[in-house]
Each structure stands twice: as structure tokens, then as C-alpha cells.
Design a protein around this ligand. Structure first.
Ligand code: AQP
Length: 330
């Protein structure tokens, strides 16, 4: 096996991707191309674990692929693919289901939170972290760039991998989660105590990557802040802390530098300038996205290429899993 660092991360093709996904995840995927080879998986099999519209899922799978390429993932230096195009994922998930305990899955906070939001709690939602473990382990992953909300799932992945290795012999590398230094948890702009989220957030507080510039400015102008005046990060200033982090990422400056730059300025001016910075951050991504969407044949070609690479990369691990578990393959 090559010594290149293997990077893996998944992103759901549901809803429209928001600034939290961009800052916490997509931006890291792009940067990781300098460190190794990222496998970025559009996890459509995860998205069917909650109620969804099939036509919308089909459309947003293409849309998320276009967004990933538009954000800077280069098909020569990374593998962007759709999970359902690589059957090794559900196969490996079934095998790993036998080395994951019911008790472990029951402790997953994301399951508890999402189950509370569903009328019908599917078995798939419960076993979702097993599929996620399969996603990661199939690629002999070293590093998983994610937002803070996924920390527990990667810890579970490590536990499952260690158990499999102990029972059946060394098969998987143990992956390590990495979080961005700034922006691992972008908060809702209207309710800054909760994370920005597709399913659990407010409409005005969720800034979408494809929002037109005017909508971006408006959402940031009306972001909820405290009644104070100081532009500093503090546990009792969730709104301003969030805006400082967003500004830090958008302008590529340390949060401390943002605090000194806006020392003595009012919240109004600050919010307006955060708006301009985010418009400039997203404008090139939005432009490339539109270009790719207008050339669907090219987009489909890139997706097919990703699937081919992912199949080849994951096949040896799946084969080893079957063999070590004593499951006879023809
Ligand atoms: N608010 C956030 N701040 C930083 N990173 C975040 N991520 C999600 N929300 C934030 C990271 O984005 C990556 C892809 O996430 P996903 O598409 O799988 O969606 P998700 O984790 O389910 O998050 P959503 O879109 O907000 O949906 P909800 O909350 O409705 O489930 C992951 O690396 C995630 O950490």
C-alpha cells in the first residue's frame, strides 16, 4: 500500500449545504489535497434513513457533487464519489454490524437528537454509524476531516476497527478525526446556542452556500447578538463569537486579529463587514457551481470517474474482511 496519507470524509446530499458545512468540512477537504489523497463521499445511503423525497435526493446528489468540485476539489488530486455507486459500502456495513454492539449505538447523541425529530424512527437511522464506520474503514483511512458534531461517530469507528482487528486479525488502519482550528462548530445566526443545521436550524439563521449575495448580507445583518458592545469571543457572547469565527475564516485572519481590528467599532458595522467578507468568500464557489451545473455531461463524467477509483480503492479491504470473517466467496 502506498504511504500517501489517506483522507476520507462524507457529506450528505440532503438540503442545501450551509456555511457550517462549508467552513467545518468542505474547506478542510480542499485543503487536505495538499497533505494526501482525499476520498470524499456523497453519502446518499445515509440520507435515506430519514423521510426524504426521491426526486429531490437525485437532484441534490448532483448538486452536492457540483458544489464539491466548485469549492476546489480537483478530480486529479482527490476522489469525489457517490456512496451508492460503490456496493462495498453497504456490504462492509453489514459485516461490521456484527462487531458493533447495540449498547454502543444506543449511546450515539446524533441518533437520540434525530430520533426525536422523526415520526418514524427507522432501523437505518439507528445503524447509520455502522455504515459510516464502513465508509471510513474501507479506504484504510488515516485522517477524517469533520465538524465537531461527528466526533462521537469517529470514536465509534475506531472502537469497531480495533475490535475487528483483535477478533479477526489486523485488517484496518485506525482513523483519526481532525477538526478545523476555527469553525468546527458554526452556530445558527438566529439562535447561536445551537449549531447551524439543515434539519434543526432556523431559516434566517442558516446561511446557505448558494444564497444570493443580498440574502447573505441580510442574514448576517440580522444575526442575533447580545446587548453589549465589545467584539470579543466569550462564552456569554455566542452570537458575536460565532461572527468572529466566520470573519476569521472568510478573511483568513486569526480571531485575535479580528478582535483588535474591530475594537471600539459597533456591532452594526461589524455585521455588515462580515456580510461583505462572506459574499466574497462564496462568490467564486457560486460562479464555478453555475458553470458545472450547465454542463451536466461533464459533471456525470467526473462522478463516474470517482466511482471507478473508489471501487478499486475499497475492493481489497472488503475482500480481506470477508476472508477473515470466514465468509466464503465464490
Ligand atoms: N454547524 C456546523 N459547523 C461546522 N461543521 C458542520 N458540519 C455540519 N454542521 C456543521 C459538518 O459538515 C459535514 C457534512 O455534514 P452532513 O452533510 O453530513 O450533514 P450533517 O452532519 O447531518 O449536518 P447538517 O447539514 O447540519 O444536518 P443535520 O444537522 O440536519 O443533520 C460534517 O463533517 C459535519 O461535521
Amino acid at each position: 500500500m502506498s504511504t500517501t496519507i489517506r483522507i476520507f470524509s462524507g457529506i450528505q446530499p440532503t438540503g442545501v449545504k450551509h456555511l457550517g458545512n462549508y467552513i467545518g468540512a468542505i474547506r478542510q477537504y480542499v485543503a487536505s489535497q495538499d497533505d494526501g489523497h482525499p476520498f470524499i463521499c456523497i453519502v446518499d445511503l445515509h440520507s435515506i434513513t430519514v423521510a426524504h423525497d426521491p426526486a429531490e435526493l437525485r437532484e441534490s446528489t448532483l448538486s452536492v457533487a457540483a458544489l464539491l468540485f466548485a469549492a476546489g476539489l480537483d478530480p486529479e488530486r482527490s476522489t469525489v464519489f457517490v456512496q451508492s455507486h460503490v456496493s462495498a459500502h453497504p456490504e462492509a456495513a453489514w459485516l461490521l454490524g456484527s462487531v458493533t454492539s447495540f449498547g454502543e449505538l444506543r449511546r450515539m447523541t446524533q441518533f437520540k437528537e434525530k430520533a426525536d425529530q422523526q415520526e418514524f424512527v427507522s432501523a437505518g437511522l439507528f445503524t447509520y454509524p455502522v455504515l459510516q464506520a464502513a465508509d471510513i474503514l474501507l479506504y484504510q483511512t488515516d485522517v477524517v476531516p469533520i465538524g465537531e458534531d461527528q466526533r462521537q461517530h469517529v470514536e465509534l469507528t475506531r472502537d469497531v476497527a480495533e475490535r475487528f482487528n483483535a477478533r479477526y486479525g489486523e485488517t484496518f488502519r485506525l482513523p483519526r478525526a481532525v477538526f478545523p482550528e476555527v469553525g468546527a462548530r458554526i452556530m445558527d445566526l438566529q439562535e447561536p446556542e445551537r449549531k447551524m443545521s439543515t434539519t434543526g436550524g432556523t431559516a434566517q439563521g442558516t446561511l446557505l452556500v448558494l444564497d444570493p449575495p443580498e440574502a447573505i448580507r441580510k442574514k448576517l445583518r440580522s444575526a442575533v447578538t447580545d446587548s453589549g458592545r465589545d467584539i470579543v469571543r466569550s462564552p456569554d457572547k455566542a452570537g458575536i463569537t460565532n461572527l468572529i469565527e466566520i470573519m476569521s475564516v472568510a478573511t483568513d485572519k486569526e480571531p485575535e486579529a479580528i478582535e483588535s481590528r474591530y475594537d471600539g467599532e459597533g456591532y452594526g458595522t461589524f455585521k455588515q463587514e462580515v456580510g461583505e467578507a462572506v459574499v466574497s468568500l462564496l462568490e467564486p464557489v457560486q460562479r464555478r457551481y453555475e458553470e458545472l451545473r450547465s454542463d451536466e455531461a461533464e459533471l456525470r463524467r467526473l462522478i463516474a470517474l470517482g466511482a471507478e477509483n473508489a471501487r478499486a480503492a475499497s475492493a481489497p479491504t472488503l475482500e480481506a474482511m470477508y476472508e477473515r470473517m470466514g465468509v466464503a466467496k465464490p
